[in-house]
Design a binder for this molecule. Sequence first.
Ligand SMILES: [Zn+2]
Length: 271
Amino acid sequence: MKKISRIVMGLLVSVGMANAQTPPRLRTPFVENWGQIPPAVLDRQAKEFAGTYFLEGPGDRKEIAFTYDDGPSLDTPALLDLLKKENVKVTFFWQGSQIEQFPETVRRALAEGHTLANHSYNHPDLSKLEDGGVWWQDQLEKTQQAYQKVVGFQPTMMRPPYGFLNDSQIKSLQGKGMKAILWSVDSADWFHTHQNKMDELASNAIENVIRQYIHPEAIVLMHDSGGRGRKPTILATSRLIPELKKQGYQFTTVDKLLNIPAKLASAPAAK
Ligand SMILES: [Zn+2]
């Protein structure tokens, strides 16, 4: 018995120490064969480009940031209604092509206190678009201009589709004063919504991932556009918010979690 309790104590001590010293990392299991960035690359780039490339917050405050990618879409207003009711602010990584389609939804999200960020113009793997700066001009800059037109500013934060950025692109973002925001908890809502045709089952699967892997200062990846629609994600959000609040978590936006500005101070002039 004594030996066992010593082992347990040892484990507790090492877990405690690990918490204080562990580098940022992806906590959720990797979904194979779906074209997403491998966890080892995420972890390496987070370590190598600390200060520009983030998976989670820097400390252990009981604050978490829910994030939604790919929108806005016809599903987004229902999500905004829910977030308003719960008084929860989130971060949206939106595509320029969608921003142009739903400018009213963009203005509403901003008016209701959410943070807006750049998720490319139409969702290519940016790391494959190196030549001639196309990745920047045709994808990120085009979306910065879409935001400029709709809300009058350009965001500081971007998230690469599927997580892919090559090292020179990350360095280039550094030079532009922009931050790459990845995630520590991938809800895999895109996968579970595809696997489960019933919204209830898909929602349960999404909830279970987040429940199991949520941690202090987590950045949680979800989607408000694409697939067969995002009702399961919205349902999961509606159930998780009260539950996580009860556990003592506070919801915040990524810029506040990381203590960085949400808007670029001096936007480059439009060409
Ligand atoms: Zn995306």
